[in-house]
Design a protein around this ligand. Structure first.
Ligand code: TRP
Ligand code: SF4
Length: 328
């Protein structure tokens, strides 16, 4: 039978923003064609916040709402929480018996991240953090996924997953493991409202279900062409954040805005107003869906439970074969 399983996950680290929305749009497209499993990687989150897990439950909620708001359809995709499908842990454990230590130590993000966290006074050099990519391999191989929609930053992990699949099949003379490929979306990467990388810690992003007030506030803060003093000065849209956002979310009017700005016939305040309206129209359906699910927490619980059940079924089939191959 043709393999149509797709799998991806995100760590529950807080509310998602507009940058994630374009990633999720890709997930939404994939669910039309494939058997998609999307999971909330709470165990992965623990590798860096094991000492303060108080927000995990809340963040799992937020991310589930964000996914549903973005259009992940529970009738088409299975969405679930990683820790509710214990097979992820079992496969991770069994993989740990046959994965050379050096494979994990040479993952480029390993030392990098440890040093990064060290700077902020935090030691994440734990056994579990070393195993982060191995747990990720287990996530993927458990579903025999042919495709994994991820960003470029995850490619080394995907490569490790493929190597591990080959090693497993070779050692145990099987073809249980399916080598996954990365489904790299042409996701537009939009900078934050201040021009730096979009990141919650910079406070420069617009949340995925943003209210009108938040949109207005964030657009007001956007830096425009600093050389423009009066509103009829000719502007330079290429250096303006507002214009960058117009080109993402208002492609239809972008050329006209560019020309008007250069001619000095549109003021920055009016230009920002148009962006606010455009962003609001773009976000409104997402915001509405989010609110509808927010009002029905038990429905979200049911969706996650049904997703976990579907996932478990798929995972159990793989684990039967894995246990047999590994003699346990
Ligand atoms: N490491 C991924 C990230 O930080 C999250 C993740 C965990 C994942 N397991 C996965 C992504 C399996 C794809 C497939 O974004
Ligand atoms: Fe930027 Fe618009 Fe002002 Fe031009 S008119 S500088 S594009 S905000």
């Amino acid at each position: 039978m043709e393999n149509k399983n797709v799998l991806s996950g995100m760590r529950p680290t807080g509310k998602l923003h507009l940058g994630h929305l374009s990633v999720l749009e890709n997930w939404v497209t994939l669910q039309e064609q494939y058997n998609c499993f999307y999971f909330i990687a709470d165990w992965h989150a623990l590798t860096t916040i094991f000492d303060d897990p108080s927000d995990i439950k809340k963040n799992i909620r937020e991310i589930a709402l964000d996914w549903l708001a973005a259009g992940i359809d529970p009738n088409k995709s299975s969405i679930f929480v990683q820790s509710s499908v214990k097979e992820h842990a079992e496969l991770h454990l069994l993989f740990s018996m046959m994965t050379p230590l050096s494979w994990l130590e040479r993952v480029p993000t390993y030392k990098e991240q440890i040093n990064q966290f060290k700077k902020s006074g935090k030691d994440i050099a734990m056994y579990g953090f070393l195993g982060y990519p191995l747990l990720m391999s287990a996530d993927i191989l458990l579903y025999r996924a042919f495709g994994v929609p991820v960003g470029e930053d995850q490619l080394p992990h995907l490569e490790l997953t493929r190597e591990l699949a080959r090693r497993f099949n070779y050692i145990y003379h099987t073809d249980i493991m399916v080598e996954p490929q990365a489904l790299l979306a042409k996701v537009k990467s939009l900078p934050g409202t201040d021009g730096r990388k979009m990141s919650k810690s910079y406070g420069n992003c617009i949340t995925l279900g943003a209210e009108k007030e938040e949109i207005t506030e964030k657009v007001k803060q956007m830096v425009t062409d600093p050389a423009r003093i009066r509103k009829d000065d000719p502007g330079h849209p290429e250096v303006c954040m507002v214009y960058q956002y117009h080109s993402f979310y208002n492609a239809g009017e972008c050329a006209e805005i560019c020309a008007s700005c250069k001619a000095g016939s549109i003021g920055c305040v009016a230009c920002k107003k148009r962006l606010m309206a455009q962003l609001d129209a773009y976000i409104a359906p997402v915001r509405e869906r989010r609110k509808a699910y927010e009002a029905k927490p038990q429905v979200v619980d049911e969706i996650l439970a049904a997703g976990a059940e579907a996932a478990r079924k798929e995972a159990a089939a793989t684990m039967m074969k894995v246990r047999e191959a590994m003699g346990v």
